[in-house]
Design a protein around this ligand. Structure first.
Ligand SMILES: [Zn+2]
Length: 310
């Protein structure tokens, strides 16, 4: 079994504006890095459209109606004070993100592929059940986890998030759902302000690993090894979903951590070891943030390379 990569041209058509860091150029950089001979054995598919039913597994009906009503035919519509913006192509882009994530769950559960990388945008982990936020409209990682629970009847699904920002949206959606586990490493204090170690969920199903500005490779690996990996192992997931943001990279212009490409390869391999022990290696990894085009491209490449080396 090999690695499947989902993407879709519609994901270029979410255009939050010329000076917005979450630009279509990000996906171009990722795809350029992955369309090289070393990835020739991965299979590529167009992301299917997600369904409204899938979105409603995490988001409320009133919020989904709000997003559908806000979707413009031209120009821009700001959703949360200007950070999160809808353009005419945004709704299809986010539905491709949702579709890729849920189809990714299907193919690993059906043993068609060992693991999946969703090269899709915009990111999703700040989107709460009732609120778009932080460049995110729908939360595809949280939706994929809920989908695995609802459709594949899994009893334990883990979302692991190494984006430099805390995934407040995923945490909010999972807080009182013991079957859904969320572990996040993130810069703290930093946007969005949540993610203290004391935020544990109602069943200790949330594990937050805040990292100080300037955190380097050694500290990152030590903190992940001590605090995150044992908690994932103890949860014993039947499926692992990765919120793969690459903005903790030392080149990233928005954040202040100092990770290298090799750290992303390392954390991917560590998560794969746990997935091999607990869930036959099933991983669906979903692109989140990463705003240095150079750092995003190189760190995504080593992440996907690690996923392929199983
Ligand atoms: Zn981020």
């Amino acid at each position: 079994m090999t690695t499947l990569i989902y993407t879709h041209d519609a994901c270029f058509e979410h255009r939050p504006g010329p000076s917005h860091p979450e630009s279509p150029e990000r996906l171009k950089a990722v795809l350029a890095a992955l369309r090289t001979p070393e990835f020739a054995t991965a299979e590529w598919r167009d992301a299917p459209m997600g369904t409204r039913e899938q979105v409603l597994m995490i988001h409320s009906e009133s919020f989904v109606e709000e997003i559908e009503d806000a979707s413009p035919t031209r120009g821009y519509v700001p959703l949360d004070g200007g950070d999160t913006i809808m353009s005419p192509g945004s709704l299809e882009a986010v539905m491709r993100c949702v579709g890729a994530a849920c189809a990714g769950v299907d193919v690993v559960m059906d043993k068609e592929f060992k693991n999946v990388f969703c090269a899709t945008r915009p990111c999703g982990h700040h989107a709460e059940p009732n609120r778009a936020m932080g460049f995110c409209i729908y939360n595809q990682a949280a939706i994929a986890a809920a989908y695995a629970y609802e459709v594949h009847k899994l009893e334990r699904v883990a979302v692991i998030d190494f984006d430099v920002h805390h995934g407040n949206g995923t945490q909010a959606a999972f807080y009182d759902r013991p079957e859904l586990f969320y572990a996040s490493s993130h810069q703290s204090p930093f946007y969005p302000g949540t993610g203290a170690a004391s935020e544990t969920g109602t069943s200790h199903n949330i594990v937050n690993v805040p990292l100080p500005r300037g955190c380097d490779s050694a500290m990152f690996r030590e903190q992940i090894t001590a605090k995150m990996l044992p908690a994932i192992r103890a949860f014993n997931p039947e499926l692992m979903i990765i919120s793969a943001g690459f903005d903790a990279h030392h080149l990233d212009p928005l954040a202040g951590l100092n990770l290298t490409d090799e750290d992303y390869a390392w954390v991917t391999r560590e998560l794969m070891k746990i997935a091999d022990e607990t869930c036959e290696g099933r991983i669906v990894s979903i692109l989140e943030g990463g705003y240095s085009l150079e750092g995003l491209a190189s760190s995504t490449a080593v992440h996907v390379q690690a996923l392929m080396n199983h």
